[in-house]
Design a protein around this ligand. Structure first.
Ligand SMILES: [Ca+2]
Length: 329
């Protein structure tokens, strides 16, 4: 079937990751409903090692019947930082140690294209048509920009999960993981264009996906493999979220990465501030912090739109209904 010209065409850059997996399935649901087309997935060395994020992403695609979508492996060797990966949050495989329950894949890590190459190729072949959703450290995007300067301007839009402005960080008191894990890459991204759409912890800390929500989703067809995976992963992620007191005691976990999809499909749930985002790289205690000048000044030189308020109830309701439809599809 030919894609209508106004249909969203999406490249997903991701490091599953429990919250990546939920965003991923939500995106596949929207693709199944005909609201967008997923054209490529570039996986990232982040929450867990590049090999695991490649396998996890390939398995999620297979689980939902999208195994024909090209998957690239993550560029290794972003800037050196002290930030460890997040296997202690997401499980060794990044998928709550559940990946053995997911379908076997034929995608081969060794022979897969590199993330930066697939980004360059995809953007060059469809300039101004591809929307990039980036849910991980920005290593692939920055590598693409370094290899082919100006390439990121060929994307229609770039929407990221990253940063902590007025909220505390999640990897240090001030820094958020996706920014801090590869600082140079984050800096490259924010200088690549003037309209990066940013979903920081300020909004994602309000997105608690509860065990009850998972049960609500799964009960439309409890025997489905997707339903069982959603229940299992939500249980695992809730365990770590409670251990780190991320959800104020609620039995659930934060679906940080899912916020990016709300911008595209449920924009009425978000309020943005136009801002010039800076990234702290020198501070003794604040390396990786994101900030902007919040005084009343002109916004000359702004590079981003930063979401600072969210209607979590309606965002999560949209997500729940879409996940139900994926299970029933
Ligand atoms: Ca992620």
């Amino acid at each position: 079937m030919e894609t209508p010209p106004n249909k969203l065409r999406i490249l997903l850059d991701t490091d599953p990751g429990g919250d990546d997996a939920f965003a991923f399935l939500w995106l596949l649901s929207l693709a199944k409903q005909g609201l967008c087309e997923l054209v490529a997935v570039t996986t990232v060395d982040g929450n867990v090692h590049a090999k695991h994020t490649f396998i996890g992403s390939s398995k999620l695609l297979k689980l939902a019947g999208f195994e024909n979508i090209p998957v690239a492996k993550g560029v290794i060797g972003g800037s050196e930082t002290d930030v460890e990966d997040a296997a202690f949050i997401h499980g060794v495989d990044g998928m709550g140690n559940l990946s053995h329950t997911l379908p076997d894949i034929t995608n081969d890590y060794q022979s897969a294209p590199w993330g930066d190459d697939l980004i360059i190729e995809t953007l060059k072949s469809s300039p101004q048509e591809i929307t990039i959703i980036a849910l991980a450290p920005f290593t692939n995007l920055a590598a693409a920009e370094k290899k082919s300067p100006g390439i990121l301007k060929l994307a229609k839009e770039i929407i990221i999960m990253g940063g902590a402005f007025q909220a505390p960080g999640n990897i240090t008191p001030e820094a958020e993981f996706n920014i801090a894990y590869d600082l140079d890459a984050a800096k490259t991204l924010f200088t690549s264009r003037s309209d990066i759409i940013v979903m920081p912890i300020d909004v994602t800390q309000k997105l608690v996906f509860t065990k009850k929500m998972a049960q609500q989703v799964a009960k439309v067809k409890p025997e489905s493999e997707i339903a069982q995976f959603i229940i299992g992963l939500c249980d695992f992620m809730t365990g770590t979220a409670l251990a780190f007191r991320e959800t104020q005691g609620l039995e659930g976990f934060l679906v940080h990465d899912a916020a990016t999809l709300a911008y595209l499909f449920y924009p009425e749930t978000l309020l943005f501030r136009r801002a010039d985002v800076w990234i702290e790289t020198q501070g003794e205690w604040t390396v990786g912090k994101t900030l902007f000048d919040n005084r009343h000044k002109t916004k000359v030189g702004a590079n981003a739109w930063v979401a600072l308020e969210v209607d979590a109830v309606n965002l999560l309701a949209g997500m729940i209904e879409d996940l139900k439809s994926l299970i029933l599809a």
